[in-house]
Design a protein around this ligand. Structure first.
Ligand SMILES: NC(=O)CC[C@H](N)C(=O)O
Length: 328
């Protein structure tokens, strides 16, 4: 099945089209270089799988690859199937966290979820049971479902709409709710998420598990293109008067240790960029003080991360020396 994450070192300068850019950071990147990377990724990343528990996700073309890089200095650069629209799925989780940090403050949010990594799968009930019902972090399903219970609004649709408007206004994205995807999510019972919501309610972290779960399902179906995703990423990648720098830092710090589920610590060591993935094949990496890298490629590795997305971000970090960027 999927390959493990490996840092590939260029054999020689001639084999590495980006070698001469290495100290320049994201500002040196061109769309030709992105096209070269996509071609390399298509050769290198074989055997990824589409998820089947959401039937519409299984209908994606596993060969699609889209990248958009947004930069503080300079225009955006893009390559590949950039017209594809896709649901964010778990990539919405850092933005639920950011929204609630801004609305409720740090203390209220972290009285309900932890900030420790988990070495269990993203939808693990066992992890939640072992932690006596307190979610480890906001980037796994238990944490995101608990936080979905705190979004303002009377039901899933109105809560999702509040988040959507808040994000679109601040990031100039055009996220929309993909109703067909939501129907698809609902078409098969997700017993794991249901059990997680029930346990959260039993221990008192949720008042109404049905509304929290419905909210979670809605926000996972907020959809857009890689351009929308990269714009969203800029909320975490650059200073702005609209977002508290402390909250931005908190989200980035949690992404480093928790954003890629069990693969987080390895990726943090090898790449070092705050990154979040989703089962749709969406992936967002933040390059603090430089910009954001959004990828979409639906074939997943065994952890549920986009195979091509991991490869591309890893290569960009290496070729453009991104991981050595100091945290702001
Ligand atoms: N990893 C993900 O993207 C998970 C999101 C999806 N809605 C689920 O709960 O399974």
């Amino acid at each position: 099945m999927a390959e493990k994450i490996e840092t590939s070192h260029p054999i020689s300068d001639r084999d590495n089209p980006n070698h001469h850019q290495s100290s320049l950071g994201l500002s040196a990147l061109t769309s030709d270089q992105l096209n070269t990377l996509i071609a390399q990724a298509k050769v290198k990343c074989q055997g990824g799988q589409l998820p089947t528990y959401i039937p519409l996700l299984a209908q994606a073309n596993p060969g699609w690859v889209a990248i958009q890089v947004q930069r503080i200095k300079g225009e955006g650069v893009a390559a590949g199937d950039i017209r594809c629209s896709f649901p964010l799925m778990s990539v919405i989780k850092p933005f639920v966290l950011l929204f609630l940090l801004e609305q409720l403050g740090t203390e209220a949010v972290f009285s309900q979820v932890g900030m420790e990594p988990s070495d269990q799968p993203f939808n693990s009930l066992a992890q939640l049971q072992a932690d006596r019902g307190k979610p480890r972090n906001p980037m796994i399903n238990s944490g995101a479902i608990a936080l979905a219970g705190r979004l303002p609004g009377k039901d899933g649709a109105s809560r999702c709409e509040s988040l959507r408007q808040w994000l679109n206004q601040r990031s100039h994205s055009q996220l929309v709710l993909d109703e067909a995807m939501l129907q698809s999510v609902r078409s098969l019972p997700n017993e794991r998420n249901q059990a997680i919501a029930n346990l959260l309610a039993t221990v008192g972290y949720l008042d109404c598990p049905e509304i929290a779960l419905d909210t979670y399902n809605h926000v996972c179906c907020l959809s857009g293109t890689v351009t929308d995703l990269a714009n969203l990423g800029m909320l975490l990648g650059q200073d702005s008067s609209m977002i508290s720098p402390q909250h931005r830092r908190t989200v980035n710090d949690i992404l480093i240790t928790c954003g890629l589920y069990q693969a987080s610590s390895r990726f943090a060591t090898e790449v070092g960029l705050p990154t979040k993935s989703g089962v749709s094949g969406a992936m967002l990496s933040i390059v603090p003080s430089q910009g954001a890298i959004a990828c979409y490629s639906p074939a997943l590795d065994e952890t549920g991360n986009s195979q091509v997305g991991l490869f591309i971000v890893q290569q960009l970090a290496q070729d453009f020396n991104l991981s050595s960027t100091p945290h702001p």
